[in-house]
Unconditional design. Structure first.
Length: 288
């Protein structure tokens, strides 16, 4: 398959890219890593009239700490999150998760911003950003705004990005003391989309009870799905095996997975329960 005809621009500045988006709106698409957009164009699922290649915008390729936040530029390649020493030291959930994302060749090209803006509910990065309480900076030719990850992902391949905006930066808060994290997923083979996956973030108080919990699933709905009832049930509890098992059951019951040719909704719910219990247990161990 070949894409439909389109006009190509490769602006040298963010301002020029945003002006093109302001002029053309939904008819224009940003090209970064192209790991999702180019196949969609080849199959004519996507047919932008204008392709705005942003790979010359080197100012959007960075990983740095600003106060107590990790800041990641939208053009940062996904593979960098696995190797960066700052990320390893303070945000270990990211390098733990990255090896589950496709294959090295794809991770070397795909960008953090592109994965988040694409908003595939089976993708790992949207789930991780949601679990870590991250936020995203959206910029247009006329201004900018910050949006929390909980609100950013609206539905299948749909976000709060307006037609004239570009996702330019991601911010991830530093985890509190005594916080443990874990990520797990099940796929038919390495590099495939997972049939189910979960990220767990658990903070313990001085007595060892859960003071904050986030449990977020991938491929369990039309966006990253937070198990809020399960997290609330764990608050104030000493996380022993029985408590974690009950929370995992609650989490699985909250979900409404859609199923696929590889996994029925019932099997996905079973995977969610098992993975949630294991991820919570590991996160608690790491918090201790």
């Amino acid at each position: 398959m070949k894409p439909a005809p389109f006009v190509y621009h490769a602006p040298a500045s963010l301002g020029a890219a945003l002006l093109l988006k302001a002029e053309h709106g939904d008819e224009a698409k940003f090209l970064a890593g192209g790991q999702s957009l180019i196949p969609a164009m080849n199959f004519r699922i996507a047919g932008p009239a204008l392709l705005v290649d942003v790979n010359k915008l080197a100012a959007l390729d960075y990983v740095r700490r600003v106060d107590d936040e990790l800041r990641i530029g939208a053009l940062t390649r996904v593979q960098r999150l696995e190797r960066d020493p700052l990320v390893h030291a303070h945000w270990p959930l990211l390098p733990e998760t990255v090896p589950h994302i496709a294959h090295p060749q794809i991770r070397n090209r795909s960008t953090v911003g592109g994965s988040l803006a694409h908003a595939d509910p089976a993708a790992e990065l949207p789930v991780i950003l949601t679990a870590l309480g991250g936020r995203l900076r959206l910029q247009s030719a006329t201004g900018e705004r910050w949006v929390g990850a909980d609100d950013f992902f609206v539905s299948l391949f749909t976000t709060l990005i307006a037609p004239d905006e570009m996702l330019v930066e991601v911010a991830v808060p530093a985890p509190p003391a005594r916080t443990g994290t874990a990520f797990m997923e099940v796929a038919r083979r390495h590099g495939d989309y997972a049939m189910m996956g979960v990220a767990a973030v658990v903070t313990l108080d001085a007595a060892g009870a859960c003071s904050a919990v986030r449990l977020v699933f991938l491929n369990a709905g039309d966006r990253p799905m937070s198990a809020r009832r399960a997290a609330a049930a764990l608050h104030g509890q000493l996380p022993d095996s029985a408590v974690l098992a009950a929370a995992a059951n609650t989490a699985a019951a909250e979900l409404e997975p859609m199923g696929s040719v590889h996994a029925t909704p019932a099997y996905q719910r079973h995977l969610a329960r098992v993975l949630a219990q294991r991820a919570l247990k590991l996160a608690v161990q790491r918090a201790n």
